[in-house]
Design a binder for this molecule. Structure first.
Ligand SMILES: Nc1nc2c([nH]c(=O)n2[C@@H]2O[C@H](COP(=O)(O)OP(=O)(O)OP(=O)(O)O)[C@@H](O)[C@H]2O)c(=O)[nH]1
Ligand SMILES: [Mg+2]
Length: 315
């Protein structure tokens, strides 16, 4: 059977406070009826993603998009069709959204999205909505006080809300002690903290998740931590991205985009190859390797969640 290919544009509409997202319930008589969704619909052959989305949001909700940014593109195989979900984050709109087709419409705090039943293709979208555009990877720092001072600066001045504690030069007791302190600081700023290392570290420090090295990623047969915690991993190629998909990683970094002083011997992939890899990834992907905040918009334009960096946030 040759499957139908359907291109759908959908919107994660963000409230003015930045805290809530608008979802709608699909009528019971259609495909995936009764499930919740991000408003949108099928594109006509002549439409672009954003063009079609503007029409759909007008038809379904009575709103006009003022400012939108690509969020994530998902390819998903349903039994009867191949679907491309082209999802945009809408930051500004005109009009008061209501269910013009009689559908229920609701503003939901981002952290509560997981409580609603969505179609199977939507899981990566939920993750993307909850994740920020910037992922801070901490630098090696021998002094705990200086470490905490730099981490706090990044949260206060750069607005960092997602942190990976990478400290390869510390032994385990020192790492765990630093992790406790970093976690307390992250909690004050509502930032999430992932531990870089073995999944078992979570038994000692109740952080938000774990980041796996690519070697560790490839050695695992199943997701090593519960669904309630975030699982991320370092990836460098298609094979590792596929493995991340199999394990159910919530997001990954993909590197090296550019050459960096830390890995001068590694050949960089550049934006073209990066875009091709991201297009087939099953989860949000952060671009890593010589990235700065100035690259974030471009990273989003080629399908990434945003950028990950050590140096740009560590001052
Ligand atoms: N709009 C939307 N569709 C989704 C989402 N997730 C998902 O799997 N889909 C699927 O993508 C397809 C979109 O179709 P749709 O019913 O919204 O299309 P439409 O607004 O153009 O309606 P129509 O074809 O009935 O006129 C459906 O098969 C739907 O189940 C989502 O979050 N939002
Ligand atoms: Mg629709």
């Amino acid at each position: 059977m040759v499957k139908r290919r359907v291109h759908v544009a959908a919107a994660a509409i963000i409230s003015a406070t930045g805290k809530d997202v608008l979802i709608a319930r699909r009528p019971s008589n259609v495909d995936h009826g009764g499930l919740w969704e991000f408003p949108g619909g099928k594109l006509a052959p002549y439409e672009t993603g954003l063009g079609g989305l503007k029409r759909e949001l007008h038809e379904e909700l009575g709103v006009e998009i003022r400012r939108a940014q690509p969020l994530i593109r998902i390819h998903h195989e349903y039994p009867d069709k191949h679907i491309l979900l082209d999802v945009w984050q809408v930051h500004e709109f005109a009009g008061e959204p209501f269910g013009r087709e009689g559908q229920a419409v609701r503003w939901v705090p981002m952290g509560e999205l997981f409580k609603y039943p969505f179609p199977a293709a939507n899981l990566p979208i939920l993750r993307a909505v909850m994740l920020p555009t910037e992922y801070l990877i901490t630098a090696e720092e021998s002094d705990d006080a200086l470490f905490l001072q730099r981490l706090e600066r990044a949260m206060v001045e750069d607005g960092i809300r997602l942190v990976q504690l990478r400290a390869k030069t510390l032994d385990e007791p020192s790492y765990l002690a630093r992790a406790e302190q970093a976690l307390a600081l992250c909690r004050r700023y509502s930032a999430r903290l992932l531990l870089n290392g073995e999944p078992e570290l979570l038994k000692h420090v109740n952080a938000d998740g774990v980041h796996l090295t690519s070697d560790r990623l490839m050695s695992l047969e199943r997701r090593p931590i519960a669904e309630g915690k975030w699982l991320s991993a370092s990836t460098h190629d298609d094979r590792q991205l596929k493995q991340a998909g199999r394990l159910g990683c919530d997001f990954v970094s993909l590197s090296p985009l550019r050459t960096t002083p830390s890995h001068p011997e590694v050949f960089p992939m550049g934006w073209h190859d990066f875009q091709q890899l991201v297009e087939r990834a099953a989860m949000p992907v952060f671009a890593l390797g010589g990235m700065t905040r100035h690259d974030a918009n471009h990273a989003r334009a080629v399908g990434a969640q945003g950028i990950a960096s050590i140096r740009d946030f560590w001052k």
